[in-house]
Design a binder for this molecule. Structure first.
Ligand code: UT7
Length: 321
């Protein structure tokens, strides 16, 4: 038994923040941001708009594409680092919004890899027969926890959500997922406050995403390079058989390095970073839905999804769409 993606959806908040606007906020230039990261603009959640709000829109679109209603969904698994509340979790809040009652609903956090983690977990439920119709979401309002005085990070992130619906299938579907993490690197990319830390930094106005960008960059390129090879080997698939690379959208130079490693020409890589920035857990499902809706990604094609984030965490999925 496998699980298979029967519908995709995504959502971006209306407000767009351009590089030109950021030039007025911190000591940066449009040219630096575009050449070092590939980002031109990003979407920002409106005041009061939460991660669950974004997740709901993406989920509704994925359910519509899949032709399923609230009564069909029997598992909700959301990947996010920026929940609305400490609890209830975003999965449960989303469940209520969608008018679904009683099924397991939860969120998990693995920074930018959260969607791949959520997909890996939901895939196991479906494969084991414990879910017949799973809603899997990556949703994030990361701009809420960015330090808007730090030019090294505030230019990178955006908000958004992406979702897929999984059903059981005799044929793959999700061929395999690979998930990894290594907490030794916890100090290279983090948000240094939280519930049991007491929110002391938040109260002093000193909290914000912190990143040693250059070190993260080098580690991400090496690790993702190893991850894509490991994934193909584990599934016995040759890189020439891949139709699409659907990478985490953190930096265009990282995306290009991984595409080169796979010998994939740019026209077989889904790139959304220029318009969306790094939307963390939402970036991979947003890219997937973009490619599906504009007609590039077609049924039967072979997709490789990958992500890397704070922790470090990293993960991939090889999918026959
Ligand atoms: O999604 C989770 C995983 N995240 C990632 O994978 C992100 C990985 N890292 C990166 O993408 C890149 O490291 C960054 C885009 C964050 C930074 O690019 P970089 O080429 O590694 O720059 P750098 O950090 O080595 O900084 C080079 C210079 C520095 O100036 P000096 O010391 O050479 O004078 C920075 O202060 O660029 C400066 N700089 C900026 N200049 C203008 C850093 N940020 C900016 C900025 N505008 N926004």
């Amino acid at each position: 038994m496998y699980s298979t993606i029967v519908g995709t959806g995504s959502y971006l908040p209306e407000r767009v923040l351009t590089n030109a606007e950021l030039e007025k906020l911190v000591d940066t230039t449009d040219e630096w941001i575009r050449t070092r990261t590939g980002i031109s603009r990003r979407h920002i959640a409106a005041e009061g708009q939460t991660t669950t709000d974004l997740a709901e829109q993406a989920a509704r679109r994925a359910m519509e594409a899949a032709g399923v209603g609230p009564g069909d969904i029997d598992l909700i698994c959301v990947g996010t680092t920026t929940p609305d509340l400490v609890f209830p979790n975003v999965g449960t809040l989303l469940q209520d919004r969608l008018g679904i009652h009683g099924c397991a609903a939860f969120s998990l956090e693995a920074a930018c890899s959260s969607f791949l983690y959520a997909l890996g977990v939901a895939d196991k439920f479906v494969r084991l027969g414990d879910a017949k119709c799973a809603l899997v979401v990556g949703a994030e309002t990361l701009t809420r926890i960015v330090d808007w005085t730090d030019r090294g990070t505030c230019v990178l992130f955006g908000d958004g959500a992406g979702a897929v619906v999984l059903k059981p299938s005799k044929d793959p579907g999700i061929i395999c997922t690979r998930l990894h993490s290594d907490g030794r690197y916890k100090d290279l990319l983090l948000y240094p406050d939280g519930v049991s830390k007491g929110f002391g930094l938040v109260r002093q106005g000193k909290a914000g995403v912190q990143m040693k960008g250059n070190e993260v960059y080098k580690f991400a390129v090496n690790t993702l390079g190893g991850l894509v090879s490991e994934t193909l080997e584990a599934c016995g698939v040759a890189r020439q058989d891949l139709d699409w690379l659907i990478p985490h959208q953190a930096n265009i130079r990282i995306i290009e390095a991984i595409a080169r490693r796979l010998d994939m020409p740019p026209e077989r890589v889904i790139v959304t970073i220029a318009e969306q920035g790094n939307t963390s857990a939402a970036s991979v499902p947003l890219a997937l839905d973009t490619g599906v809706r504009d007609g590039r990604i077609k049924r039967g094609q072979l997709l490789l999804l990958e992500a890397f984030g704070g922790g470090f965490t990293w993960g991939s999925a090889l999918i026959r769409f």
